[in-house]
Ligand binder design. Structure first.
Ligand SMILES: [Zn+2]
Length: 459
């Protein structure tokens, strides 16, 4: 890959700056805190990999316990071979309104009852306020950045330009890095899953909303500050009255949860969290009470709303809880779907028969051909199969009186399809032989005569 002079200079500029930067004590501690220590389980006994102390625990594999001797947080594992990759970011100030994001990979490896760590700084990027294209997501959301970036090449030990790079993980900023006169923007990075670039932009532009939400300790809402208007009373801004503020702060609610809170107005975070994950909560609440939904543990809203639609069609009593909350939703859904299909077929069959009785006097024949209206869905399915056309899909239209379907056949071969005819308002609109081909002149003459002598005389 050829690297232009300008790009080479930019790489040098970034690297010179970073190399002169002294990682702070706080950042080093932050990295320490991200390292994983394993507690090796043997039945109920746990071996602390850090201090080799053994103790009994009631916790299970993949849960975290604390070593009573050295106070280290331990991830409980049974295996002696384990490794984990984590990603973090370090935001350092560069120039006016410019920052450098440094990306790290933290590899934690358990081998021979010892932990080994490999920490690699694999990416560097300059980010600027006033430009919010691209994403740098704080907190475990993975993303790629389509921006000029440089990445470390282990083999050659060079930094090379890159336009897409994996950027994710918790973002650490030293106190005072993201500066604002009236509040500490770092608290958002510490308490919310955010797009770092958007926060940098908001801080740089002195966005009042960001300030307001951060000062109110609503960090997750601060990460979605663009959604809020700046003026008005508390209720105008948040859609709930001020008595909800304490609840919102205590649970650091997200924007999705706020929307849910606006709908149900119940101060129960478990409930709000659960409901905020449901698709189309607004429609669900037309039928269901919030706690009933919570206890029902509904997962598939699409399936459920479909089921409700079927219940309404069948005029079931949705006030009856055994109907509103069926034990096996999937099974019940399919059962009702079949029932409706049969019912609809019954209705269609009845109406097609009625229509047949009304127009059967239009049946007409000469020495060679005969033409008569359809009297059932089965006949139309049969015609479709013989003619290789889609006339069976007309059943619904025939039942609703939107059109009539006639079969024209040879007098001495009445079982065999010949021409399928569609009539609307006593006029032939389609006449098709097998594979939707056109009729012969002789067939045309017969149909023309039928139309003129029979159909056009009906009022
Ligand atoms: Zn220990």
């Amino acid at each position: 890959m050829y690297i232009t002079k300008a790009v080479r200079e930019q790489i040098e500029k970034i690297n010179n700056y970073v190399e002169q930067w002294n990682d702070t004590k706080e950042f080093k501690q932050f990295i320490e805190d991200q390292k994983i220590y394993v507690g090796l389980m043997n039945k109920k006994e746990c071996l602390c990999i850090k201090c080799k102390h053994k103790f009994n625990t009631k916790l299970k594999i993949n849960e975290y316990d604390i070593c009573p001797k050295c106070n280290q947080k331990l991830l409980l594992k049974r295996t002696t071979n384990y490794y984990n990759k984590d990603y973090v970011m370090y935001l350092i100030p560069y120039k006016n309104n410019e920052y450098i994001v440094r990306n790290y990979e933290i590899l934690s490896i358990l081998s021979n009852e010892t932990m080994i760590y490999e920490i690699t700084e694999y990416g560097r990027q300059i980010v600027t306020g006033y430009s919010i294209e691209g994403f740098i997501i704080n907190n475990m959301r993975r993303n790629t950045s389509g921006y000029f970036y440089i990445s470390y090449q282990e083999k050659t030990r060079y930094w090379k330009p890159e336009y897409y790079i994996m950027i994710c993980g918790k973002c650490f900023a030293d106190n005072g890095t993201l500066k604002h006169k009236y509040y500490n923007p770092k608290t958002i990075l510490d308490n919310a899953e955010v797009n770092v670039r958007e926060i940098i932009d908001g801080v740089t532009r002195n966005d009042y909303r960001l300030e307001l939400l951060t000062k109110a300790k609503l960090y997750n809402l601060a990460s979605d500050y663009q959604h809020f208007q700046t003026k008005g009373k508390f209720e105008d801004i948040f859609g709930v009255d001020k008595s909800y503020l304490e609840f919102m702060q205590q649970n650091n609610i997200t924007y999705k949860e706020l929307i849910t809170l606006q709908l149900v107005k119940i101060k129960d975070h478990n409930l709000i969290q659960y409901l905020s994950e449901l698709y189309d909560l607004k429609e669900l609440l037309e039928y269901c009470k919030p706690y009933d939904l919570y206890n029902y543990k509904l997962k598939d809203t699409w399936l459920y709303l479909d089921y409700i639609k079927f219940c309404k069609k069948l005029r079931y009593d949705l006030k009856d809880k055994s109907i509103l909350y069926p034990k096996n939703l999937g099974f019940k859904h399919d059962e009702l779907q079949n029932l409706i299909k049969i019912n609809e077929d019954k209705q269609t069959t009845k109406k097609i028969k009625e229509r047949y009785n009304k127009i059967k006097q239009n049946t007409y024949e000469n020495k060679k051909f005969v033409i008569y209206p359809t009297k059932s869905i089965e006949e139309m399915i049969n015609e479709s199969a013989q003619q290789n056309n889609c006339v069976q899909t007309y059943a619904d239209r025939v039942a609703k009186g939107k059109c009539d379907i006639y079969f024209m056949r040879l007098v001495n071969e009445r079982e065999k399809s010949l021409v399928t005819v569609e009539v609307r308002k006593n006029k032939i609109v389609q006449q098709r032989t097998k594979n939707n081909m056109d009729t012969t002149p002789e067939q045309k003459r017969f149909l023309k005569k039928w139309e003129r002598d029979i159909l056009c005389k009906i009022n």
